[in-house]
Design a protein around this ligand. Structure first.
Ligand code: NAP
Length: 284
């Protein structure tokens, strides 16, 4: 029950109407028996600074950040964690010792979903399709966990080069134009982990998928799509038809939420409860 003592968490974004986090986090809060509530906060891009000042005055314990505020929130905060700095985006903010600290749990969410499924990262070769914000979180997680090589398959080399430069002190990342099929073959045949970090495959993209020359992909490569609606994207369907083990973005979503919950409350939430709450909405 919400009382005068209830602590407040939330998610800022525009829009947040379809965010799954309020349901997932409130179910986890209820299961943990703690006096918190997690609320959606629709904030237009032009209102971010004012809204953040409001959040500070109201006394939030912390909040998630989604599109379009993940980068623009950064200069407003007192400190930024190492991972958020490397990724260049914040998805979780905590109010600790009077300071507002930005963190990013997408990276740990992605990595924990792999570890949970016993997918090896250390000394393996990954291909990441796309080079946006989610790709940066994936790349940082892979680097932190000892990946041997990362190649970006992209449509825009110049944009991808900026991402490669961000991580150049840790790993030399290759870039490949995904339309130059022959160039992609050398990378595909030694690939252990093929990750789609583009939105191609979401319902609004009309059954599209990034181009992959499937017959060249190493037979034991794992295919991972960060998208979770639909559960099986055309990319994952093709991967499955070609005999690959597949994963969608649902576990990453849960794991990033678990990491945020732990940051705010110091309590490990119930994974199954969070998964079940998501399943209920996604199946609906
Ligand atoms: P983003 O920053 O906009 O980056 C998207 C990337 O995909 C860019 O490299 C972009 O290329 C490329 N792309 C976009 N539209 C394309 C198209 N029509 N054709 C070819 N390439 C295209 O987006 P993001 O934040 O990285 O998110 C990417 C996906 O990851 C989304 O589906 C999102 O829902 C998902 N995601 C899932 C989780 C999870 O927890 N499971 C977490 C974060 C994100 P250009 O640079 O050339 O535009």
């Amino acid at each position: 029950m919400i009382s005068g003592k209830t602590k407040t968490l939330g998610i800022i974004g525009y829009s947040v109407e379809h965010s799954l986090s309020p349901i997932m986090q409130n179910e986890a809060i209820a299961a943990a028996g703690i006096d918190y509530v997690y609320v959606p906060l629709p904030i237009k891009p032009e209102d971010l600074t004012e809204a953040f000042h409001g959040i500070q005055k109201i006394g939030f314990q912390g909040f998630n950040v989604t599109v379009p505020h993940k980068v623009n929130i950064m200069p407003l905060l007192d400190d930024i964690s190492e991972s958020a700095r490397h990724i260049g985006a914040v998805n979780t903010v905590i109010h600790r010792n009077g300071k507002w600290i930005g963190d990013n749990t997408d990276s740990i969410g992605f990595i924990n979903s792999l570890k949970k499924n016993h997918i090896k990262i250390q000394d393996t070769n990954a291909i990441v399709l796309g080079a946006g914000g989610a790709a940066r979180a994936v790349i940082w997680g892979l680097i932190e966990n000892g990946i041997k090589s990362i190649t970006l398959f992209v449509r825009n080399i110049a944009k991808a080069q900026q991402v490669v430069d961000l991580f150049s002190q840790y790993l030399t990342i290759q870039i490949c134009d995904w339309n130059q099929k022959e160039q992609t073959h050398n990378y595909l045949k030694v690939c252990n982990l093929l990750i789609n970090s583009t939105p191609l495959g979401m319902s609004s993209y009309n059954n599209q998928m990034p181009p992959v020359d499937w017959k060249w992909l190493a037979p034991d490569a794992v295919a991972y799509d960060l998208i979770y609606t639909p559960a099986i994207t055309p990319f994952l369907k093709m991967a499955k038809e070609n005999g690959h083990q597949i994963f969608n973005g649902e576990e990453m979503l849960i794991e990033q939420g678990i990491a945020a919950f732990k940051i705010w409350t110091n309590i490990m939430p119930d994974y199954e409860i969070m998964k079940e709450s998501l399943r209920k909405i996604l199946n609906h």
